[in-house]
Design a protein around this ligand. Sequence first.
Ligand SMILES: [Zn+2]
Length: 417
Amino acid sequence: MRNILSSALLAGTATLLSACATPLAGPAVGLPADRALPRAATDARAPVTLLISIDGMHPDYLTRGVTPNLSRLAREGVSASLRPAWPTKTFPNHYSIVTGLVPDRHGIVGNRFIDPDFPEEIFTLPRLEPHWWDEAEPIWVTAEKAGIRTATMFWPGSNSKVRGTYPSDWQQFNQEVSERQRVDAVIDWLRRPADTRPKFVTLYFDTVDTAGHRHGPDAAETNAAIANADALIGRLLRELEGLGQPANLVITADHGMAATSASRVIPLQTVADPSLYRVIEGGPYAALEPTPGNEAKLAAALLRPHANMECWARGQMPARFQYGRNPRTPAFVCLADSGWTVTDRPVDPDYGGGAHGYDNLDPAMLAAFVAHGPAFARGRTLPTGDNVDVYPLLRRLIGLPAATDIDGDNDLIVALD
Ligand SMILES: [Zn+2]
């Protein structure tokens, strides 16, 4: 793992050095490979499909006047708002985008959850053991099995050997690898000769989400993070153009962001006696397991009306959530109203910022969607769609046959030219 990370950092370094050093491979000594290619060779480059996640990017962020690159792509290409799956959390929704399945079916049912088959463990963000991820097959695995080369510059699940397969190139997630280094690593992959150049690439930015959590969706700091992500998209576009590399860009997000406040907190201990439950996850919703022998008492405390929150036992959430059949889903879910926080922890008077995890029909949870490239229509705005619909679109773009038995449908295929 360490070696792979160092090669990511080295890849970034290689980009910086390429302007003044002899490239290791290329048709002409002394010039970067892209500039040395004859025109016919650059013309022959097949489009790459680039799936980019700007974590926490709400569609309204594109209307704030800080996204010249993304707004141009949206104007010239296709744009939409996407409904995330519930729970509106990072790992479940990133996995929905690359599997076409809702969390109940792909198995990543939260950012934290337990699996009855592994009762001693809790799934948390760094867990890489394949058994957590193997309930579904992400698109890079299907592509690799079909002989389509893939590379992931971070994506949840891509640093696990899902169903026995890694992407041809992948990186161990590390926030220390700057977003600019991530862009440069993707460009270095695309600099390769055709036989080792990936056809499908993911790229992941996390700082818009971080700023949204820390400062709230409407803060100046969040706008600065959005502007920074947009500038990196601009850098990516310039580099692609310099390479003569056509790209079908699918830029989206896992969820939006809602403002939170110390004045909108539901202390769990006011709802049920803390001896009755174990908190697996708190925040916009609480995932609770009963302590041994206390299921009925906990159900009595939770399954009644509450101000600003509704609780359900496993399998009892309204059908539209599509959640509760997977044995990994919590015994009880208490979902707060938008902007409220349900927690067993003390809350500081200055608690605030933003959060996601609310009802996936909450407009604050919507995710941006922008698609641009030779395969896409020009100047088309689509109605609000579902993020599981991205997967069939990706399959079409990279030349995989249509999938059956998924939750996504072909609504986004209309984005194609
Ligand atoms: Zn996220």
